[in-house]
Design a protein around this ligand. Sequence first.
Ligand code: AMP
Ligand code: ZN
Ligand code: ZN
Length: 417
Amino acid sequence: MRLLLLAVIFSFFFLNVCGQDTTQKVVANRYNSIEQQKKPYVILISIDAFRWDLADKYQAKNLIKLRESGVQADYLKPSYPSLTFPNHYGIATGMYPSHHGIVDNTFYDQKRGVVYKKSDKIMAVDSSWYGGKPLWVIAEQQKMLSAVFYWPGSEISMDGIKPTYLFNYSEIIPIDRRINVVKDWLKLPDDKRPHFIALYFPQVDKAAHNYKPESEETRVAVKIVDDAIGKMVDAAKASGLDVNFIVLSDHGMATIDRENTITLPKAIDLNHFKVPTGNALLHIYANEKQYIKPTYKALKAEAKDYDVYLSKNIPKAWHYNKKEDKYNRIGDILLVPHLPKVFNINGVKPDVGQHGFDPAIPEMHATFYAWGPNFKSGLKIPAFENVNVYPLITKILGLSYTQKIDGKEKILAPILK
Ligand code: AMP
Ligand code: ZN
Ligand code: ZN
């Protein structure tokens, strides 16, 4: 009785005081079809901001051992901008941010007249912001169960579908509980066991933002995540199932100059433009088009420590210019600071670690390791774009898709047995 009372108080505290729902959401009456039950499993793990060099730098012993048993890329190329939401949703849909619509962590939608913010709980569940078809949606549509323990975009109901097993984002669930949940998923009966599992770890990103990538705190965060992955791999082995692991990250992290930041350029008149806050890039949205050209010219004349682009002239390699901007959400003018400089237009001192810059900058490069029964072993491959992970996973799981994506199956086909 006392235990029950304690449990009630505990749930009340977390649900109402912290305002965070830590319960698992399970969609009833869903089953793997007989055909899908014969398929292998994929556990996709994202370690936010796990830069391409961090496993070696901090001797992540499990990851080093596991990647040697499978495949490792020189690095994984993020999409521009190298931020969390655009890239996670891009990995989940196989599309560049300009094509899936989540073009930044914060952006202005010119048609709606609304600013999207990743931290907005209502926007996080509103599918009308999100294009493409995430992996968990196509899996469920083909009668293969999926489970997501945090992934940007996973809380929306797309075409009326959510993952069968889902946790809404909350940072208070301890890492050991996450491992136990995965163990429990793998112990479910054949018709209820998810074949596609996605997980997200925020620890390295947090530590590297606050203390920079070269810090004791980041080393400790890497160890925490490495230990957790080691335990998950043990659980997968014990299950005797054909479990493939893909461990990747959304982007890297660089140390920036916090003391000498760039304020809002004088050329921008806020009576004529909207400028959502940002550090590694600034979108400038014109209230009326007539102000774009003169302001662009004035910005070019004023610019020091940053590049100025009209949306039609944003570098092609970023797939981020006006032509590719399917939802009309990229700024009419884009300002991109030169590392280690960042913008600070709201007076809040930026974190010492930052990302969001050109994916070609080595500090922005991300990680890709994969191992398991479907992967070749002892293979090192050149860097590739993260949009190619989607067709890799659909190939392993034998899922089909009809929508146009940016990823190409042939890029990663050679890493499969
Ligand atoms: P960034 O600002 O690009 O470094 O984004 C990382 C942050 O995004 C994390 O520290 C979380 O606060 C937040 N985040 C990550 N995943 C989610 C999610 N699924 N839902 C809401 N917020 C998230
Ligand atoms: Zn991130
Ligand atoms: Zn971050």
